[in-house]
Design a protein around this ligand. Structure first.
Ligand SMILES: Nc1nc2c(ncn2[C@@H]2O[C@H](COP(=O)(O)OP(=O)(O)OP(=O)(O)O)[C@@H](O)[C@H]2O)c(=O)[nH]1
Ligand SMILES: [Mg+2]
Length: 318
């Protein structure tokens, strides 16, 4: 089959051949990977490009390690929880962040589109959850600083691609990288998210993953690109419930609560746990609280060790 290479590709190839630095070579090669027509006739060439990229990235990493330049990123936590988006190239991490937040990371049908962490705030029921879009995890190349960001996050959304025929191998590759980076998923809060639910054969692939990863982590599915607003809202609820958190509003006597700014605590927390977040002095001074919420008489008095429910309103008394 003829390869039908485009003029854009040929230009990039010329730049690649003329490039003098590793960074220039990588940049030209990225463009070649982006513009190469994707069909059977170019499969071998695509594989060659990937191999070249892998070698170059290693070389570039060596340079960075030897002190030439080393990028590191830290994403300051904001909102109630920080969730790192982990997954293989092209799985749709950036699309998901675009669909769920106001952030606008670039989305494209070639790997390594995302090169830096990109935070976006997802809001569900007044609770702010920070999603962090990350570059991909892949045996080809993974940014060295990605592991640190994952380790530091409160939870992981592990995105996988339901249009990927090698779905189990790809998941395994991600596991291998994480293990190598000393990230023990068993000790983290992880939600596995099968993306591209709209793709042909997605249902069967989802079933395969559920069988291969039984009970390890909760698994959910979504179409990041083609969901309706109601479907995206339902997905946000799945994420919220997975985090095992509850929100509670506080109010001063005689005043209305501020519903825009809840306190967020682990499920099972008590009145006192919330009070100490409001002010440390409450640890000593809190006598009781009045509470409003589902299944409770309005404003009923409760003791310090009363377990709060999602959406309760508390009035704290010293
Ligand atoms: N059919 C379908 N395609 C999707 C969906 N979500 C993302 N895509 C496509 O998948 C490709 C990759 O999406 P990205 O969001 O850039 O993927 P990524 O995981 O951020 O990729 P990297 O930044 O390389 O790690 C793009 O062509 C998207 O349009 C989806 O729900 N359904
Ligand atoms: Mg991306």
């Amino acid at each position: 089959m003829p390869a039908n290479l485009t003029p854009q590709y040929m230009d990039a190839e010329k730049r690649f051949k003329q490039a003098s630095s590793v960074e220039e070579k990588i940049s030209a090669l990225e463009e070649m990977m982006a513009t190469i027509p994707k069909h059977k006739g170019t499969e071998k060439l695509q594989a060659d490009l990937k191999k070249k990229m892998s070698v170059l990235r290693k070389e570039s990493d060596q340079h960075k390690k030897s002190g030439v330049r080393r990028d590191t990123f830290v994403v300051e936590k904001e909102g109630a929880r920080q969730l790192a988006l982990v997954g293989a190239p092209n799985s749709g991490k950036s699309q998901l962040v675009r669909s769920l937040t106001h952030a606008t990371p670039e989305v494209a049908d070639y790997p390594y589109t995302t090169r830096t962490p990109i935070p976006g705030m997802m809001i569900f029921d007044n609770v702010r959850l920070q999603l962090v879009d990350l570059p991909p995890i892949s045996p080809e190349y993974t940014e060295s600083w990605v592991g640190q960001i994952i380790r530091n996050a409160d939870a992981v959304l592990w995105i996988f691609d339901l249009s990927d025929d090698d779905i189990l191998d790809t998941l395994e590759e991600t596991c291998t990288f994480l293990a190598g980076a000393k990230i023990d998923l068993q000790n983290m809060k992880v939600l596995m998210v099968g993306n591209k639910k709209d793709a042909p054969g997605a249902g069967e692939r989802a079933a395969i993953v559920r069988e291969a990863y039984p009970d390890k982590f909760p698994i959910t599915e979504i179409s990041a690109a083609f969901s309706t607003p109601a479907e995206l809202e339902a997905f946000k609820k799945v994420v919220y419930d997975f985090l095992d958190i509850v929100k509670v509003y506080t109010k001063a006597p005689g005043k209305k609560p501020d519903f825009s700014d809840p306190y967020v605590v682990p499920r099972g927390s008590t009145v006192l746990n919330v009070a100490e977040k409001v002010h440390r002095d409450f640890l000593q001074n809190l006598k009781y609280a009045r509470i409003w919420g589902e299944g409770k008489a309005d404003g009923i008095m409760v003791p310090r060790d009363f377990v709060i429910s999602d959406g309760d309103v508390l009035e704290l008394h010293e």
